[in-house]
Ligand binder design. Structure first.
Ligand code: NAX
Length: 326
């Protein structure tokens, strides 16, 4: 058995938090030999509910759960944290557009970025789930400058998983047979699920699926899936978002299999012409907590146009929050 790691989760009493904590505690992310100490952060009004979640975690008697701390103080939640899931943020209400949401949530990520830099373990890895996650991660990365830039991630794994599921459904394959399904860009409806470089049962996707469907219905279904879930369920994706967050951090922790590509929104180093410093979803490989962008993928004119559009959106989001970027 390894020594326990400290895992911070913000927004821990929310829907995604509730779906995620039990899977973290049961070993689904870091494996059955890796005990964890959960450090859960909530807003003060959410603390009562969080107490109840902590009681349920205790009652589950997970052998790998070596401790649960609950707090409304970010400095306490991130103390010694090796892994951090930044889920808590203000949800978008009917009267808000995307820019309003960005402005409302930005200050949360300034505070949390600073608290991570001041308190977390030297090997900390951070995944931002709270929306708009790419730009929130950008804000946190700037506020937490002492933490190397490659440690800050935003989540596009749910988009990757949704794309895999749609391709599996279309071809009759199992989801596990769909590989190398990379998402480019922003976690928004401008992101580009790169069907050209994806594979089903080892075959290139465009060689087995009609291109018109890929460019049309496939992209639309993946881009609007979150909305479709809200319409059907009356609430936004929670268990699938939690599953994707666990997938992302498990991939980073365990590494990608040889030849496997995954999607992570990470700080651009200029690869594929994406402006440096943007938190941008790239096709990556991972090993022992580190990642690298997969080089040399072919991008046709259609893909390049889609990537240009999602880049433009992220640049405009960066402009909206420029006063928060220290
Ligand atoms: P909930 O509203 O159920 O839960 C959010 C929780 O965060 C609440 O309990 C709230 O009290 C807490 N919170 C708010 N501000 C906080 C702060 N400053 N510090 C600590 N806790 C804070 O939302 P939920 O359904 O769990 O969604 C959470 C976030 O995930 C939202 O921003 C949502 O938009 C985003 N999502 C991101 C996805 C992605 O793929 N990146 C997909 C799913 C989801 O939409």
């Amino acid at each position: 058995m390894n020594a326990p790691i400290r895992v911070a989760v913000t927004g821990a009493a929310g829907n995604i938090g509730y779906a995620m904590l039990f899977r973290l505690a049961s070993g689904d992310c870091y494996g059955k030999n890796q005990p964890i100490i959960l450090q859960c952060l909530e807003l003060t009004p959410g603390m009562k509910a969080l107490e109840g979640v902590a009681m349920e975690l205790q009652d589950s008697a997970f052998p790998l759960l070596h401790g649960i701390e609950i707090t409304d103080d970010a400095n306490v939640a991130f103390k010694g944290a090796n892994q951090a899931f930044l889920v808590g943020s203000r949800p978008r209400t009917k009267d808000m557009n995307r820019a309003d949401l960005i402005t409302a949530n930005g200050p949360i990520f300034v505070g949390q970025g600073k608290a991570i830099a001041a308190n977390a373990a030297s090997d900390v890895r951070v995944l931002v789930v709270g929306n708009p996650c790419n730009t929130n991660a950008l804000i946190a990365m700037h506020a937490g400058k002492a933490v190397p830039r490659d440690r800050w991630h935003a989540m596009t794994r749910l988009d990757e998983n949704r794309a895999k599921a749609q391709l599996a459904k279309k071809t009759g394959a199992l989801p596990g047979e769909v590989t190398n399904m990379a998402i480019w860009g922003n976690h928004s409806d401008t992101m580009f699920p790169d069907f050209n470089n994806a594979k089903v049962g080892g075959a290139s996707v465009p060689s087995v699926v009609d291109r018109a469907w890929l460019e049309g219905e496939f992209l639309k279904t993946v881009a609007t899936r979150g909305k479709a879930i809200i319409e059907a369920r009356g609430a936004s994706s929670a268990a699938s978002a939690a599953a994707a967050a666990i997938d992302h951090m498990a991939t980073l922790w365990n590494g990608t299999a040889p030849g496997e590509i995954s999607s992570m929104a990470v700080c651009s180093n200029g690869a594929y012409g994406v402006p440096e410093g943007l938190i941008f979803s790239f096709p990556v490989t991972a090993s022992a907590g580190n990642w690298s962008v997969v080089e040399g993928l072919e991008l046709d004119e259609f893909a390049r146009a889609r990537i240009a559009a999602t880049t433009a959106e992220l640049l405009s989001e960066r402009e909206t929050v420029k006063d928060l970027l220290a």
